[in-house]
Design a protein around this ligand. Structure first.
Ligand code: PMP
Length: 390
């Protein structure tokens, strides 16, 4: 029997073998002609995955928080007004981050499991002039999905730069950055992009780049400063080497491989596959009689789910039981309810067998916890959706 476990947490996720092979390539120098080609290609492919052909892509060594920092530090100057729409843990992080760069931050907080009502956001935008607005597309702490298209529209209408934290959504949930008019879409490599942790990735609209160019003061973060990175990205896109900080060479080779696989599947198909995976998983959880944090289907993410433990079932016991079945899932993250729920990632390369194995393991875990349900009911619900081609 193979001693392997299936990683079903909301990032890092399971990676494709081709991506891992790229990671194992003997490391080339960052000015090696083959690497220059790969870096340039990865920047171009990002714009196709982000559906933002006119944007400027950035690939910088770091995590998703660095991608948030890059967008925040380059677009905020001391005294700028910023509006943060928070649907959980990562919205709060963005507010703290923007304050470090001197922004006057207002936060609109959603009720647990829900989004901030559109009218409330619009009323706030009417009341005050903002330089930028951030929102978390999928908050990984609550599995709540925001309507990204709507934010794009609001940003355009009120001339506010929009930053979409897509760490748990890019290449999983539908995003059409250019068509929807979103200024920065940022993510990290370890989630639906399908590359081991270590890359901060973002695409900025030309409007965002202009806003950066029109700054009156220097960027308050040396490593993040686009003054340092823009020439590097442009050089590699033009297939010439350039240097500011050593690129994460193997991760970039792996990124090129993964982006090619993503585009081979096709963005529309990929969005649909995630939608179906999300639906199938939620359907299984509901059939098992468990409640979830998102208050309805419309605000439920398709890249991960966040079910509450049933009464008298503890996290330690359930997660332990699931792990014995070979599946790794995550506990809660939002401090107020951390011990009351768990999280399951279903993004990127996740397939039908992974989903069914996970639901099966959850059923086994629940049985160990003496939770009463009809055996197989979750599996059937999951399969019914997966078998439905619609
Ligand atoms: N935003 C969201 C929505 C996330 O899910 C995460 C990571 N879970 C981050 C930001 C931060 O990313 P990282 O952990 O890579 O810094």
């Amino acid at each position: 029997m193979k001693a392997r476990k299936l990683l079903m947490i909301p990032g890092p996720i399971e990676f494709e073998p081709e991506v891992m092979q790229s990671m194992a390539t003997p490391t080339p120098g960052h000015v090696d002609p083959n690497f220059i080609e790969s870096f340039g290609k990865a920047l171009e492919l990002m714009k196709s995955v982000w559906l933002c052909p006119a944007g400027q892509a950035f690939i910088i060594a770091g995590t998703g928080t660095l991608a948030m920092d890059i967008a925040g530090s380059n677009l905020i100057e001391t005294g700028d007004n910023a509006l943060v729409i928070s649907t959980g843990y990562f919205g709060e992080r963005y507010a703290e981050l923007l304050k470090r760069y001197g922004a006057n931050v207002d936060i609109l907080r959603a009720p647990l499991g829900d989004v901030v009502p559109f009218d409330q956001i619009e009323a706030q935008l009417k009341k005050k002039n903002y330089k930028l607005m951030t929102f978390t597309h999928v908050d990984t702490s609550t599995a709540v999905l925001n309507d990204a298209k709507l934010f794009g529209k609001l940003g355009q209408k009120y001339e506010v730069l929009t930053i979409l934290d897509g760490v748990c959504s890019v290449a999983g949930e539908e995003i059409r950055q250019e068509e929807w008019g979103i200024d920065v879409v940022l993510t990290a490599s370890q989630k639906a992009i399908g590359v081991p942790p270590g890359l901060a990735l973002l695409v900025a609209s030309q409007k965002a780049i202009k806003a950066f160019e029109n700054r009156k003061t220097p960027v308050g973060n040396y490593y993040c400063d686009w003054t340092n990175w823009l020439p590097v990205m442009k050089a590699y896109e033009n297939r010439t080497p350039s240097y500011f900080g050593t690129p994460a060479v193997n991760l970039i080779l792996a990124l090129e491989t993964s982006l090619k696989l993503i585009l081979k599947e096709g963005m529309d198909k990929r969005f649909k596959r995630h939608l179906q995976a999300g639906k199938a998983f939620r359907s299984a959880i509901k059939a098992l009689g468990l409640n979830m944090i998102p208050v309805n289907e419309k605000v439920s993410a398709n890249t991960l789910s966040a079910p509450y433990y049933p009464e008298r079932v503890t996290g330690g016991e359930l997660l332990g039981g699931i792990s014995k079945e070979g599946i790794i899932i995550a506990g809660g993250l939002l401090s107020e309810i951390k011990a009351k729920y768990f999280r399951v990632g279903h993004m990127g390369s996740v397939n039908r067998s992974d989903l069914l194995a996970t639901v099966g393991a959850i059923e086994s875990g629940l049985r160990v916890c003496n939770y009463s349900f009809n055996s197989g009911v979750g599996l059937k619900a999951c399969q019914d959706i997966l078998n439905d081609p619609a």
